[in-house]
Design a protein around this ligand. Structure first.
Ligand SMILES: Nc1nc2c(ncn2[C@@H]2O[C@H](COP(=O)(O)OP(=O)(O)OP(=O)(O)O)[C@@H](O)[C@H]2O)c(=O)[nH]1
Ligand SMILES: [Mg+2]
Length: 301
């Protein structure tokens, strides 16, 4: 079964790809062996992240249109933190892009995080590798920038696009902590709003203060709902991807992914909530010792 599944994926069969993703999500027996047989692939992954409602999906929708017009094949993975269910389904109106569901060159899949708090998706690395086995030109991963997921996407995406909207000036300040470091590209979407130019200027000046890298983080303006600024964004993404081929980022990225895979395996079956309950039960025992307690988990793995 697995071998013919892989062959079909490589040939570009979307049904086979969708099925394989489900098998990996559900850790169906044999999936690890299957993953170990995936071919080496270097299709770029573009991460799109940013606060809820910034227009990420609208932007992805417009990008798909731009690339499809150039004859490209696109995969989109949307990570949905809000759904506690693993429906693997198209989750209501959070996902726009409806016009693309049936397009032969576009594959769209929504992945629920299954309550893995702050995380992207327990198998996102495996799933993106799997998608890379199919003949796409570009893979987009959309995540809502909440908590840790924006940090994790850095290890996942070759190019991380951070989407923000022009709001009150001080939002640039609060955003600074998390999003500044991870962005390869900033998009100020909803530039139809007043004061967007001031916002862009503030953002640029803030970035230039902290910048000591060769690749200065570009700030682009878009109005995704009118498909404005899309070709500029596609060009900026392509430029960044040329840049990283000649940099060490690829090696760094793979190191991050391997590190996460090792961590995931080592932490398998260890749940913080279970630890909390065990501590609650044992904390008043006279013999309670933090190190002995922790060692039980180390020994078990
Ligand atoms: N005025 C304006 N509205 C926009 C623009 N881009 C998107 N929107 C609207 O903003 C709302 C949210 O857009 P989405 O694309 O769903 O935003 P998102 O970031 O994907 O949202 P989540 O996935 O829920 O975090 C929608 O009503 C869009 O029509 C824009 O450039 N200008
Ligand atoms: Mg969205």
């Amino acid at each position: 079964m697995w071998q013919s599944l892989l062959n079909n994926i490589i040939e570009g069969n979307f049904k086979a790809l969708a099925r394989a993703i489900s098998l990996v999500e559900n850790e169906v027996e044999g999936y690890e062996q299957f993953l170990s047989e995936l071919p080496n692939s270097h299709i770029s992954i573009v991460g799109i992240t940013g606060p809820p409602g910034a227009g990420k999906s609208t932007l992805v929708d417009a990008l798909i249109g731009y690339w499809v017009n150039q004859g490209k094949r696109i995969a989109v993975l949307c990570i949905d933190p809000s759904s506690p269910f693993n429906l693997g389904a198209l989750l209501g109106d959070r996902i726009r892009m409806t016009e693309w569901y049936t397009h032969p060159n576009v594959f769209i899949r929504s992945l629920a995080t299954r309550g893995s708090l702050g995380g992207l998706h327990p198998h996102i690395i495996e799933i993106t590798e799997l998608v890379q086995a199919a003949p796409f030109d570009c893979i987009i991963v959309e995540t809502v920038g909440v908590g840790q997921s924006e940090i994790e996407i850095v290890g996942l995406a070759d190019t991380t696009v951070v989407v923000v909207v022009p709001e009150a000036g001080d939002e640039v300040q609060t955003m600074k902590a998390g999003l500044m470091e991870i962005a390869d590209l900033f998009v100020v979407n909803k530039s139809d709003r007043p004061d967007s130019d001031i916002f862009v200027r503030n953002l640029r000046s803030m970035l230039s203060q902290g910048s000591h890298e060769l690749f200065e983080t570009p700030v682009l303006k878009t109005i995704a709902s009118n498909k404005q600024g899309i070709s500029e964004l596609a060009v900026a993404i392509a430029l960044h991807q040329q840049h990283i081929i000649s940099s060490e980022k690829k090696v760094w990225l793979l190191t991050e992914r391997v590190y996460q895979l090792i961590q995931q395996k080592k932490m398998k079956g260890i749940e913080k909530e279970a630890i909390r309950k065990n501590i609650e039960n044992q904390i008043h025992l006279p013999g309670f010792n933090l190190f002995n307690f922790a060692n039980k988990y180390n020994d078990a793995s």
